[in-house]
Ligand binder design. Structure first.
Ligand code: FAD
Ligand code: SF4
Ligand code: SF4
Ligand code: SF4
Length: 422
């Protein structure tokens, strides 16, 4: 019996599973379709400034770097599973390993991006905190592959990292078990058009806010790049809604929303922040901590202390463009009798999630079953088939729960089906 386990998906779940397996002296074949490891968490920000806020983001970035350096883990990026067939109590897996066109000698200087003539660029850094940090060329956009003879990036690269003759390859591996961790997609905030995402520049989604905070270390208004002083955060955008089909609570957005609110105030203590919510579901942390934190944020105005953070149990009904930028939110109070229009420099919409669809051929060869909402039937404990389905593709999960469950499934896969130690 082979000592190898296949892990499909290099997000929080896949990485936690891979790390558990190598720690148990198994070999891992990790296949990720994107150019770097980390999954959705690549684009999220660490939410602590002076002290850790336990958001879990750093765990994923650290595991990604460890797995890349791990001799027992073979990592295929920009790659896909072509087929999985049963063989000798295990599985024969065919993998299409994509070309990157940039070698590991890339030092991430970014000079290639500056000279690339393609609008929007054809050579890119990996997303957010994704690992490795090696750049990659999008062959479909690159002029070199359109017979236009462009080699500008190669000409400016001081480490000769650009490799135009890199080729996609097909590889085959024999594995004892398969772990599928295909993950999630954030809800597109424009699915809730009344809140102005996509039509009002100073309305952004929480995914945008996370990315900007991760890249710049502070938030800026999209319309003019200014530092916003009055911010609205709106929870439950797209979740718990029949209209979007996301009828469930996405479970992690109260956790990240409350932490983003605190991070924003840590970075700029002068901000006024209105936090619109329906219910506060902060997972493991008592909501009272957040309420106490909000109540403690006050500024002195003419010898009086006025609140800087307001927790408003209401869902704004409409957004309008503000005069000279910003956004105006119409909302009713808890009594639902009167409506108020409140101007903000910026509104952040905390979006929920959907499970990511598994490609049909892969789903049927692995025997993936999904419920009416698209969630995979999760692996709890033993799996006689040698298949394990894990992560937030099974049910809404934050990073911590994703990791805990992935570790349990990987330990089961290692104990149950693989041969002795390598
Ligand atoms: C805006 C936002 C902020 C958040 N902030 C926090 C936070 O602060 N703290 C927290 O605990 N949680 C947070 N979360 C939740 C967190 O993102 C999830 O818990 C986590 O991403 C789940 O990890 P996963 O591995 O299951 O899925 P994913 O992160 O989606 O990873 C899945 C991976 O599988 C790959 N993949 C998919 N299909 C295939 C395939 N067929 N072949 C190869 N590869 C494939 C994908 O490319 C991806 O890399 C946030 C979520 C959102 C939307
Ligand atoms: S110029 Fe070369 S080393 Fe610099 S980021 Fe581009 S590929 Fe990497
Ligand atoms: S070859 Fe030209 S078009 Fe292609 S990535 Fe390099 S600079 Fe851009
Ligand atoms: S976690 Fe909070 S913001 Fe997210 S859907 Fe549930 S109640 Fe709404």
């Amino acid at each position: 019996m082979t000592n190898k386990v296949l892990v499909i998906g290099g997000g929080a779940a896949g990485l936690a599973a891979a790390k558990t397996l190598v720690d148990m002296h198994k070999e891992v074949v990790l296949v990720e379709k994107e150019e770097s490891l980390g999954g959705l968490v690549r684009e999220l920000t660490c939410k602590g400034v002076s002290e850790c806020r336990n958001c879990g983001v750093c765990y994923v970035v650290d595991r990604a770097a460890e797995i890349l350096a791990e001799p027992a883990a073979e990592v295929f990026l920009r790659s896909e599973i072509v087929s999985v067939d049963r063989k000798d109590e295990g599985f024969m897996v065919r993998i299409r390993s994509g070309a990157r066109y940039v070698s590991s000698s890339c030092i991430g200087c970014g000079r290639c991006v500056e000279v690339c003539p393609v609008e929007g660029g054809a050579i890119h850094p990996p997303k957010g905190s994704g690992r490795p940090t090696t750049y990659w060329i999008d062959r479909d956009r690159c002029l070199h592959f359109k017979k236009k003879k462009c080699e500008r990036c190669a000409e400016v690269c001081s480490t000769d990292a650009v490799v135009y003759d890199d080729r996609a390859t097909n590889v085959t591996r024999h594995v004892s078990s398969v772990i599928l961790a295909s993950g999630i997609e954030p809800v597109d905030a424009s699915e809730v058009p009344r809140l102005g995402y996509g039509s009002i520049p100073d309305v952004m989604s929480s995914v945008d806010a996370e990315r900007i905070l991760n890249e710049r270390g502070r938030i800026v208004r999209p319309s003019d790049g200014a530092a916003p002083k009055k911010i609205a955060m709106i929870q439950c955008v797209g979740s718990r809604s029949e209209k979007t089909g996301v009828e469930y609570c996405s479970k992690f957005c109260c956790k990240y929303g409350t932490k983003i609110a605190q991070l924003l105030m840590d970075i700029d203590p002068d901000i006024d922040l209105d936090f619109y919510f329906m219910d506060l579901r902060t997972l493991y942390e008592p909501q009272d901590d957040f309420k106490r934190w909000a109540a403690s944020k006050k500024r002195k105005v003419e010898k009086k202390k006025v609140p800087q953070v307001r927790l408003i149990r209401s869902m704004p009904s409409q957004a309008y463009p503000g005069d000279g930028g910003g956004v105006v939110l119409r909302s009713s109070g808890e009594s639902d009798v009167e409506t108020t229009d409140t101007p903000y420099d910026l509104a952040i919409l905390s979006v929920g999630m959907r499970p990511r669809a598994v490609p049909e051929a892969l789903g049927s060869s692995l025997g993936v079953e999904v419920d009416e909402l698209g969630f995979m039937r999760c692996s709890e404990g033993e799996s006689s088939s040698g298949m394990f389905f894990i992560g937030a593709a099974c049910e809404p999960m934050d990073i911590e729960e994703t990791i805990t469950k992935a570790i349990a499934a990987a330990a089961e896969a290692a104990a149950q089906r693989t041969g002795g130690s390598r």
